[in-house]
Structures are given as C-alpha cells and as structure tokens.
Ligand binder design. Sequence first.
Ligand code: MN
Length: 227
Amino acid sequence: MRKVLFLVLAALLATTSLQAQPAVPEFAPLPYAFDALEPYIDTQTMEIHYSRHHRAYYDNMLKAASGSAFLERGLQEALTEIASWPEALRNNAGGHFNHDLFWRVMAPRAGGEPQGKLAEKINTAFESFEKFKEEFKKAALGRFGSGWAWLCVDTDGGLFITSTANQDNPLMNVGNRKGIPILGLDVWEHAYYLKYQNQRGGYIDAFWNVVNWPEVTLRLERALAAN
Ligand code: MN
C-alpha cells in the first residue's frame, strides 16, 4: 500500500515538474493514419504534408528559436508578439502552430454539424450553419496564393471568419484581425493539388466531411476561458 502511494506521489511530482519546464513544443504524431481521411484528403497528400511540409516548419522553428527566449512562455504567447521576432520565426513557428491545429480539427468519420454552444455561437454570428460555411468558403477561395482560412473567437467571445497569407495566423500581431483560431483550413496548393489540382473549391467542400466539431468546441471553450 505504501509503495503504491509512493508511486502515485512520484508520478504526480513528475507531471508537475514537467509542466513547470519551458514549453518546447513537440512534433506530435498525426492523430490518425495517413489514409484515414480518404476520400476527402488523399493518402499521399497527408503523408507528404505531415512528414515533409509540417516537419520542415517544425525543424526550422527550433533552429530559428535556438538560443533565444522565443519559446519560453509557450508558442501561443510567442505568436502574439511575432512582429518583434525574425521573419524565419514568423514563417516556421506559424507553420508549426497552424499545421498542429489543422491535423487536430480533422478526424475520420467526422463532419456533420456542430452542437451545443458552438452551434449557438455560429448561428449568432452567421445566422445559420449553411451561411457560416458559405462565408468560410468565400474566405478560403478569396485568399490569393498561399494561406489559411480561420474561424476565430474575438475578445468579446463572438466568432468571426478571416484569412491570412503564408503561415500567418490570427494570433499574430502583424496587422491581421486578431483572435483565437479554433478552426483552420490550409489553402496552400500543397494541401490539395495532388487530388484537386486547381479546384480549391472542391477541396473546401470536401473539408466539411472531416471537420472534428467536438475538438473545435473544446478549442472554443479554452478560448472563452482565456479571454
Ligand atoms: Mn500546409
């Protein structure tokens, strides 16, 4: 019994001391197999996108951050002050954060419609889920060149849609409308070209079949708690 208690205490202490350490973000495993989002996102795109594109952003972020205090207060916090850091951090820390969010807001056997508080907030901001999807698609299609479309929480707890260029995101203090992103769609050609070629609209329509609404709801709740 005493031994068990000791082990429990030791485990608790280990967890606490891990949390107290500076947060070097991890290159987290993809939460599903490369082929799990077929037919909406093809296996080869997933594999290249995660293993090569995302990996490169992650590695280059660590390289660019090394020897600096950039990651000391956590990545999300660092991104809010990105304008005072070198361009390589804006591109690569942005790239890491954005892709990490992107993988997690998708899931196999997902899609459908959001529920509960998220559904209410979507209806308040955009009138209906259908109108929300239209506006999101417009933002994603309207992003010329490479970038992202986002659903964000503003400081009043309301939702808005925006898009950013390159690997910028709405956390960054670089002149975007600022907010906490809870859903993001990568509209770089590398995200869809193999399957959809120049048909970005087809890729955007397919995305709704893999959106992990329970995860987006969790992110909404975290954002509201942080506001
Ligand atoms: Mn990408």
